[in-house]
Design a protein around this ligand. Structure first.
Ligand SMILES: C[S@@+](CC[C@H](N)C(=O)[O-])C[C@H]1O[C@@H](n2cnc3c(N)ncnc32)[C@H](O)[C@@H]1O
Length: 256
């Protein structure tokens, strides 16, 4: 089956990311990356069960931490996570598109819904100077990242426009051509950051992400060399033989 069909068989709550929560160690890495500190007003958009707020308040001693989620059940669970010990911890059951985020200095924004990302990027671009927006995997659409420790990406206001997708990818991968090893290394970093700590699943996720990174690079003319590298051919073969998943059709025929 084609990879799109395969993805269609996966639980919706996983594919939308609605039931994917970041692990505590990943949250700490993100807060280190953002240099989160005592003068910060931290917002987590799509905060889920509120672990990020607890860590931001308890360990990084932020001035204020605000969690926004449109799921009543998640906000209720987050209230339990925070308890009554933090007067500077705020939880709002709202749609991020409607929320007032003007006092934010650091925002964690991990969404994959293109419509939400586009509208929120416009909203972020109006925020005061030096507000840091942390995303995972890719920078905000159309803008160059200010700081990258893949898969963590920072855009800081006022945003800097990217000439095109190629310039954005070069800023994230810090190279003008992507080979198999680079694709694998970045895919592994992503799996390590968001994955379930189940080695088998993580390896499968890394194989898929590696091929997606390499195929996107090839389609954009940013893959090293003209040939399909042997490891890429092998993993495409492994996906087909052992998982009955086809991915070659994603390659633009004119780039081969
Ligand atoms: C990782 S976020 C991202 C989910 C989102 N579907 C996406 O990827 O674009 C998951 C959390 O965001 C919450 N969420 C999803 N859409 C939201 C919205 N429009 N406003 C506020 N919270 C939202 C979910 O309840 C969940 O706890």
């Amino acid at each position: 089956m084609r990879i799109e069909e395969y993805l269609g068989t996966l639980p919706k709550s996983i594919m939308t990311g609605d039931d994917v929560e970041l692990q505590d160690d990943t949250l700490r890495e993100i807060f280190e990356f953002a240099s989160l500190g005592k003068d910060d007003v931290f917002y987590h958009l799509g905060c889920g069960r509120g672990r990020s707020l607890l860590i931001a308040l308890e360990e990084f001693r932020v001035k204020r931490a605000v969690g926004i989620d449109n799921s009543k059940e998640k906000i209720l669970s987050a209230r339990g996570t925070l308890g009554n010990s933090f007067s500077n911890g705020v939880l709002k059951c709202e749609d991020v598109l409607e929320s007032d985020i003007r006092d934010a200095t650091v925002i964690l924004f991990w969404f994959s819904d293109d419509a939400i990302i586009e509208k929120m990027t416009a909203k972020f671009s109006m925020l005061k100077k030096d507000c840091k927006i942390i995303t995972i995997w890719g920078p905000l659409p159309g803008y160059l990242p200010d700081k990258v420790n893949f898969p963590y990406i920072m855009n800081k206001t006022p945003f800097k426009k990217a000439n095109d997708l190629k310039e954005q990818i070069m800023a994230v991968f810090e190279t003008d051509c992507i080979d198999f090893v680079t694709a694998w290394e970045f895919a592994e970093r992503y799996s390590r950051a968001i994955a379930s700590k189940n080695a088998e699943n993580d390896r499968f996720l890394t194989i898929l992400q590696t091929l997606i990174i390499w195929i996107n690079a090839k389609n954009l003319g940013m893959a090293c060399g003209d040939e399909i590298p042997l490891p890429v051919k092998s993993y495409m073969g492994i996906l087909k033989t052992y998982f009955n998943i086809e991915i070659e059709h994603l390659l633009n025929q004119d780039t081969l």
